[in-house]
Design a protein around this ligand. Structure first.
Ligand SMILES: C[S@@+](CC[C@H](N)C(=O)[O-])C[C@H]1O[C@@H](n2cnc3c(N)ncnc32)[C@H](O)[C@@H]1O
Length: 280
């Protein structure tokens, strides 16, 4: 089987399985099994796959047709222009989440040597982006689960300067709340009990502890507001990622906890995605 035949066969099988991004995914899988980049594939598409590559392809295709996430198969995924290690046990960074560090970087403009706390860090994609983009910052990431933290540590090594560190802990116990920060940011688990019943097949492979936000999806927002409200410096900000239908509820919660200028912002897909406010 040549590379070109393999590509066409993968594309066809993905399409038949209802995976809509079949062209993109077929190309990613070919790159993964051959180790070639775009130019390499173009110049060698009539080459035969070797036995190892063919076996690898069979295993990968079987996994993907069972809706195992492509990102876990590849073992890495890009976020804000940097590659992150991903796999079972950690939430895959979403493109919609890029609105979160974008908002944080706007807020931090003009603040020198800012201190940042990223709660519920997962791969670390939010805090690491901030540490890497703002070399003068000091960033602390908090994650509860070792299954996720082994990726956080790797990703800090891969992408972040020495200003970024991981602290194992629990937001329900107020880990790291004993200090004050210029910015606290969090993309906590926020899926409600009802929505957990209707997850896409791929999402079901991601850890429940990264998804489930309590009966109404708002449990983590209430807890973080209660435990960390006094950890935001005067003039500092709190930034949350939210589900597309949680803008009003989280805005109201932040106002109840005394935050000012609370704003809901949309992501690139035009869904409400970020709520942020300041402490006067
Ligand atoms: C929605 S994921 C977000 C991951 C990452 N920040 C991102 O944006 O892709 C939430 C993360 O919170 C972690 N987590 C869940 N409960 C936690 C708790 N009580 N304290 C700290 N982290 C927690 C999960 O393990 C998961 O990594």
């Amino acid at each position: 089987m040549t590379i070109f035949e393999a590509y066409n066969s993968i594309k066809k099988q993905l399409k038949e399985a209802g995976i809509c991004d079949d062209v993109f995914e077929a190309k990613q899988i070919i790159k993964h099994i051959t180790g070639l980049d775009n130019a390499g594939i173009l110049s060698s598409y009539t080459n035969e796959l070797n036995e190892f590559q063919k076996t690898n392809l069979t295993v990968i295709l079987k996994q993907r047709l069972a809706r195992y996430p492509l990102q876990y198969i590849l073992g890495r995924w890009d976020f804000f222009g940097r590659a992150y290690r991903v796999g079972p046990g950690v939430l895959i960074p979403r493109q919609d989440t890029e609105t979160v560090p974008e908002t944080c970087l706007e807020i931090l403009k003009g603040k020198e040597n800012p201190t940042v706390l990223d709660l519920c860090a997962g791969t670390g994609c939010i805090g690491i982006t901030l540490g890497a983009e703002r070399k003068d910052s000091t960033v602390t990431l908090v994650e509860k689960y070792e299954e996720a933290a082994r990726y956080t540590r790797d990703n800090i090594k891969l992408n972040a300067p020495e200003n970024t560190t991981l602290l194992m802990g629990d937001v329900f116990e107020g880990t790291a709340a004993d200090k004050q920060y210029d910015l606290i940011v969090s993309n906590p688990p926020y899926i409600s009990a009802n929505d957990m019943e209707n997850l896409q097949p791929e999402v079901k492979f991601e850890p429940d502890v990264a998804l489930y936000g309590g009966e109404d999806g708002l449990m983590f927002y209430r807890c973080i507001l209660a435990n960390y409200k006094n950890s935001v410096k005067s003039g500092g900000s709190l930034v949350f990622e939210i589900g597309y239908d949680q803008g009003n509820a989280v805005k109201t919660l932040m106002e109840e906890f005394g935050f000012s200028d609370v704003t809901v912002k949309k992501d690139i897909s035009h869904n409400d995605r970020v709520v942020f406010g300041t402490v006067k």
